[in-house]
Design a protein around this ligand. Structure first.
Ligand code: FES
Length: 161
């Protein structure tokens, strides 16, 4: 029985990210210390891992990195932004609906620029639809820009790859 528990933890460790691992370890080990960094506030005696809450609902940080304010993106328009050090483009096709893409052109990796309802590549003039990231007919680029996961949280626009 004990051996099975150790294998399960190792499996969890190999499949989880560092942050999730800490949460899972805290939930899986009610009586034992397994090196949890904060020690945890264990309120459960023998609850299974699935009953434990994940991140706090009001956190917001788990949905991505803030890359813009909603008010910065014109409705029907687009802007250039950064996700960490990576160039990205954002558009708000309709009020409150935000989409985002990598700004790396799929032709030869130049950086595209937001231009109202499209993104334009300065290298070979490919043009992409701002709302879908797909290239317009006649572009050198044949595939769309890589789509990002975008979450609007109040006035904050969060992005993740
Ligand atoms: S690199 Fe963008 S069109 Fe060629």
């Amino acid at each position: 029985m004990t051996e099975q528990k150790i294998i399960t933890r190792r499996a969890v460790l190999s499949l989880s990210g560092a942050g999730a691992t800490a949460v899972v370890l805290a939930a899986c080990s009610p009586g034992t210390d397994t090196g949890s960094p904060s020690g945890g506030a264990s309120t459960d005696a023998a609850s299974p891992a699935t009953s434990s809450e994940a991140p706090p609902a009001s956190g917001g940080a788990a949905s991505g990195t803030e890359v813009a304010k909603l008010a910065d993106i014109p409705v029907g328009g687009s802007i250039d932004a950064k996700l960490g050090s990576d160039p990205i483009v954002l558009a708000q096709p309709t009020a409150g609906e935000v989409v985002g893409f990598s700004a790396i052109c799929t032709h030869q990796q130049c950086v595209v620029a937001a231009a109202k309802t499209e993104y334009d590549c300065p290298c070979h003039q490919s043009r992409f639809d701002a709302a879908t990231g797909e290239p317009f007919a006649g572009s050198k680029a044949l595939t769309g820009l890589a789509k990002l996961t975008i979450t609007v949280d109040g006035d904050a626009v969060l992005a993740s790859a």
